[in-house]
Design a protein around this ligand. Structure first.
Ligand SMILES: Cc1ncc(C[n+]2csc(CCOP(=O)(O)OP(=O)(O)O)c2C)c(N)n1
Ligand code: SF4
Ligand SMILES: [Mg+2]
Length: 273
């Protein structure tokens, strides 16, 4: 039970920390106002939460919160609409690029993005995605590639690495039987409608900075109305990879980037925004 001497005076809002005043501290980080102030459901070390934060930081910094519409997928990030404090529309599994097409064509003044996993985008939604990019829809597609169907307990995805064990490839992906992992960003880049295509990771702080820059570029390019921007983010899924968060970041650095080289794949020549 608390005695009176442990209670702060009711009217006091000052923070006293071992004799220091609150104004002696400098704010070095704040959660973006574009993220709803709730706990996310993601597993510890999951890349989705970090990717959400980076995207919403960019929206906040560009001051486009009321002009941005996100399309949420089916997959672990299905609740993105509960976390991103912007207008959001849920799409049926794989159909985000088609929904984004309609939203952007109806409201061309809005910044429109999809946020999709590899099962959602590269398996069930590959047709919608290819056609939207081929048409050069003026949208941003954020593609979170964690090499598995995370939400449904880690089945093999089109991006599962050769030899990688999943619940549906318990002996490891046999590329002779299942084919090689699809390099989705490279595939998109050859389509004439693709304007900016890049692949990044979020497994260390340097990579996080580059991913944020890529998202900034992509949303800024949307002002030019020149075609689709596609940002692939290689992301950790420690739970289904059966790794600790630290091991999962090492796995990205040592294995994932061999199959999915990181860097820009298609970059437009510099234009004044
Ligand atoms: C039409 C339809 N088919 C299958 C499912 C089951 N399902 C839900 S999420 C998912 C895969 C999601 O994987 P991914 O897009 O990689 O997202 P992650 O969970 O890895 O982020 C599947 C197959 C569904 N919800 N709807
Ligand atoms: S299962 Fe994987 S993708 Fe889903 S929340 Fe957990 S770590 Fe993230
Ligand atoms: Mg996935």
């Amino acid at each position: 039970m608390q005695t009176e001497e442990h209670l702060l005076p009711e009217t006091s809002t000052e923070v006293h920390v071992q004799g220091c005043q609150a104004d002696e501290y400098e704010m070095v980080y704040h959660k973006p106002s574009t993220l709803v102030d709730v706990n996310m459901h993601y597993c510890p070390g999951c890349a989705h939460s970090l990717a959400h934060k980076l995207l919403m930081e960019v929206v906040e910094e560009m001051d486009i919160q009321d002009k941005t519409i996100g399309i949420a997928p089916v997959g672990c990030s299905v609740f993105a609409y509960d976390y991103m404090n912007i207008d959001m529309q849920e799409a049926a599994h794989g159909r985000a690029a088609a929904v984004a097409t309609a939203v952007k064509r109806l409201m061309p003044e809005k910044y429109v993005f999809t946020y999709q996993g590899d099962g959602d985008l590269a398996a069930i939604g590959i047709a919608e995605t290819l056609h939207a990019v081929n048409r050069g829809e003026n949208i941003l597609i954020v593609f979170l590639n964690n090499a598995v169907y995370g939400m449904t307990s880690g089945q093999m995805a089109p991006t599962t690495l050769p030899g990688m064990k999943t619940t549906t490839s318990p002996d490891g992906r046999d590329t002779g039987f299942y084919g090689a992992p699809i390099k989705v960003a490279e595939l998109m880049a050859v389509l004439p409608g693709a304007y900016y295509v890049t692949r990044q990771t979020v497994h260390n702080s340097n990579a996080v900075r580059k991913t944020k820059k890529a998202l900034q570029n992509a949303l800024n390019y949307q002002k030019l109305k020149k075609g689709t921007c596609f940002v692939e983010i290689i992301g950790n899924c420690p739970s289904n990879w059966k790794m600790t968060p630290t091991e999962s970041s090492k796995f990205i650095e040592e294995e994932m980037v061999k199959a999915f080289p990181v860097g820009d794949i298609k970059v437009p020549k510099v234009e004044k925004l």
